[in-house]
Design a binder for this molecule. Structure first.
Ligand SMILES: [Mg+2]
Length: 441
């Protein structure tokens, strides 16, 4: 693990460090620092005017410092002169509590105090569009059911293989790439890991995918629903919880021959963690589905391919992709709610916050449902519906006092303030739809 960035620069021929942090809206912000200045920056951090990004700071606040975490450093495989390093936001010698990576670090430490380590893998789907973002980049990619389309994935081989080669080079253990369910949509998978490592890699993956796509004359987007009528960009999370004392045993998996119920291989603790996710699902959508556009993906009408692959109700099941939570095998579960706009750090943080609350309160995930939700979902009357829009989600988050406290009061207040302001801004936007439907009233 890297501890000395100046030595890292010397050993690897790095000329510039990109000291990066992620704001509350998921924007990645960075300063390019020449290697000769990195030793001081590693001590003191790079200075930013916090107000200029989404962190709920004022112009009067002093410098915010992004202090690089050397363990996160990555030399850009496509530009070896530069190395990216995640920064932790500090001000006046104190942690900026609302900054997303700090929120996650705090929750990881809380889990560790309970003897737990949350490990996750994510599936960050994306589209390759024309540079102006108006249409799919491949004019021949028009099939009605384009998922796993062999011909279409090979027409974008140069982009996909370049990104996968880089993941191999960085030691992420990528293992598969495919054309996804929408025209122009792809997914690339790499190994799961500790929550902070996955969050850093998720951030870097977005940066890398956009950079490589630009190099090839395309535009990569993780927008939840970039094309009306097509399947949206999900960011499914696969979650397991490990016992830190042994470092090996998955605390989610029921031991054989014990009194634990072990439904679908989940331990009592695993069930309670899942119970926390289920209990807080409608509220945590404010984090996992953070944009106005997010709600065009969940609650969407059937897409051209035949399914949205996105949930609209708070239900869980076994190996069945039509529910919000799928338990595909012993010891882990998949949360299918998050979308491509999710903030990589807040995604991990909200999973841990809801899960730990579930363990503390021994939350019951409710009954397992073994039906096709797309065909028979209307028969389920006693499960909560997911929020219909961003305002619903923000209000539900605002009402969920235990989830707000678990994420941190400073974070929750800052996030809600900026997101309510964003909603208000959206409402002042005049749409063609309202004109068409109201003009002759
Ligand atoms: Mg997928």
């Amino acid at each position: 693990m890297t501890t000395d960035l100046a030595a890292f620069a010397k050993d690897n021929g790095v000329k510039y460090f990109m000291i990066s942090y992620t704001d509350l809206f998921g924007g990645q912000r960075a300063k390019l620092v020449p290697a000769q200045a990195i030793a001081d920056m590693q001590e003191d951090g790079a200075g930013f005017a916090g107000f200029a990004t989404y962190l709920d700071l004022t112009p009067a606040h002093p410098d915010m410092l992004a202090v690089p975490d050397p363990s996160s450093v990555i030399q850009l495989p496509w530009k070896k002169d530069v190395a990216w390093v995640a920064g932790n936001c500090m001000m006046g010698g104190k942690t900026v509590d609302q900054a997303p990576r700090n929120v996650l670090n705090k929750l990881v430490a809380e889990a560790a105090e309970m003897g737990l380590n949350v490990k996750t893998g994510i599936e960050a789907e994306f589209f390759l569009l024309t540079p102006d973002g108006s249409q799919i980049s491949d004019e021949y990619d028009t099939a009605g059911k384009p998922c796993y389309d062999q011909q279409a994935v090979m027409r974008r081989y140069d982009v996909i293989a370049e990104i996968c080669d880089y993941m191999l080079e960085m030691g992420w253990n990528p293992y598969q790439n495919d054309h996804e369910d929408a025209n122009g949509q792809f997914e690339m998978n790499w190994d799961f890991d500790d929550a902070v490592i996955t969050a850093d890699r998720h951030s870097f993956f977005k940066f890398m995918t956009k950079s490589v796509a630009e190099k090839h004359g395309f535009r990569a987007t993780f927008m939840p629903k970039p094309i009306e009528g097509l399947t949206g960009n999900g960011c499914h999370a696969h979650i397991s919880v490990w016992d830190t004392k042994t470092g090996k045993i998955n605390a989610f998996a029921a031991d054989k021959g014990t009194s634990e119920t072990g439904e679908l291989g989940l331990s009592d603790q695993g069930r309670a963690f899942l119970g926390g996710i289920m209990k807080h699902a409608s509220a945590l959508a404010a984090i996992t589905n953070p944009t106005v556009n997010s709600y065009k993906r969940i609650n969407a009408p059937r897409t051209i391919s035949g399914a949205t692959w996105a949930p609209n109700t708070v239900t869980w099941t076994g190996n069945n992709r039509t529910h919000m939570v799928r338990v595909p095998g012993p010891g882990r579960f998949e949360l299918r709610l998050p979308d491509g706009a999710v903030n990589p750090y807040l995604l991990q943080a909200i999973i841990i916050a809801a899960g730990l609350d579930g363990i503390r309160t021994n939350a019951d995930p409710g009954p397992r449902r073994d039906i096709d939700m797309y065909a028979e979902g209307h028969k389920i009357k006693d499960a909560p519906r997911l929020p219909l829009n961003m305002l619903d989600a923000l209000r539900l988050y605002d009402e969920d006092t235990s989830l707000k406290a678990a994420m941190g009061e400073e974070f929750s207040a800052a996030y809600l303030k900026l997101k309510y302001a964003e909603w208000n801004e959206f409402c002042t936007h005049f749409t063609t739809w309202e004109k068409e439907n109201t003009l002759d009233i």
